[in-house]
Design a protein around this ligand. Structure first.
Ligand SMILES: [Zn+2]
Length: 245
């Protein structure tokens, strides 16, 4: 081992050791240092008290053929949290949101055998480097002791960004047959007849959630939809634009 490598190894050891003693937790919402005990993992007391929880309105009214739940309204701190989680590599924000989403699961006594994140197309994933919903699924998996299965659902059609599609009809056309199951995924057969949580970060019109669920439902897998946040209270109209449901 040359001296430079030895130095680097010693430095990395020193950082890890010192970090153990000098680690100051910070709030994933406001980025301020907070002092334990934290009222909630990763979120300070002040931020927790003003997060826009949906509470009595967690079950979403929509026309899709499976139940759908959201933990937050898409307002106040949520757009910043979710956008930075998606585009700025702030995956620590998934750690903050997942335990709060787990409370929605417990409040409604929801159970499932796996958590399936809504996938990105591999080209989009390569651009961004990660799928923020997969990161959220992994954090939620440890909060509710249910495995996250990332490889079952595949987005095989590269579509425009949903935010660039204006109408509900446009969104549906972009997404039609965009998802399929990977028959080689080891979970494909065992999940038949069982229930999964289909997870997404934001619900806008419901088009992505509906289309992503389609191959799961066709394979006889029961679906319960979960999203971190949504801004509207009623989701209707997309059915009339979709060819089938
Ligand atoms: Zn805070």
């Amino acid at each position: 081992m040359n001296s430079r490598r030895r130095f680097r190894k010693a430095l990395s050891f020193a950082q890890k050791t010192l970090g153990r003693f000098y680690y100051v937790p910070y709030c994933a919402v406001c980025d301020e240092a907070v002092h334990p005990p934290l009222p909630s993992p990763f979120v300070c007391k002040d931020c927790l008290s003003v997060l826009p929880f949906r509470m009595g309105a967690e079950r979403i009214e929509w026309e899709g053929p499976f139940p759908l739940y959201a933990t937050f309204f898409y307002k106040d701190a949520l757009p910043k949290l979710l956008i930075s989680m998606k585009f700025a590599g702030r995956t620590d924000r998934a750690q903050a949101l997942a335990p709060l989403m787990a409370r929605t699961i417990r409040r409604h006594r929801l159970t499932a055998d796996a958590i399936i994140p809504v996938p990105l197309h591999r080209r989009r994933k390569a651009e961004r480097g990660y799928n923020q919903v997969s990161v959220l699924a992994d954090c939620l998996a440890s909060s509710v002791d249910t495995p996250a299965v990332d490889s079952l659902l595949v987005r095989h059609r590269f579509t425009e960004r949903q935010s660039e599609a204006h109408s509900v009809k446009e969104r549906h056309l972009h997404l039609q047959d965009a998802f399929r199951l990977d028959p080689l995924c080891p979970a494909a057969v065992p999940l038949g007849g069982r229930t999964v949580f289909l997870l997404d970060d934001v619900l806008t019109t419901g088009a992505t959630m509906a289309e992503a669920a389609r191959p799961l439902l066709e394979a006889g897998i029961h679906v319960t939809g979960l999203v971190a946040a949504t801004g509207k209270d009623r989701y209707q109209g997309f059915l009339t634009a979709a060819d089938q449901w």
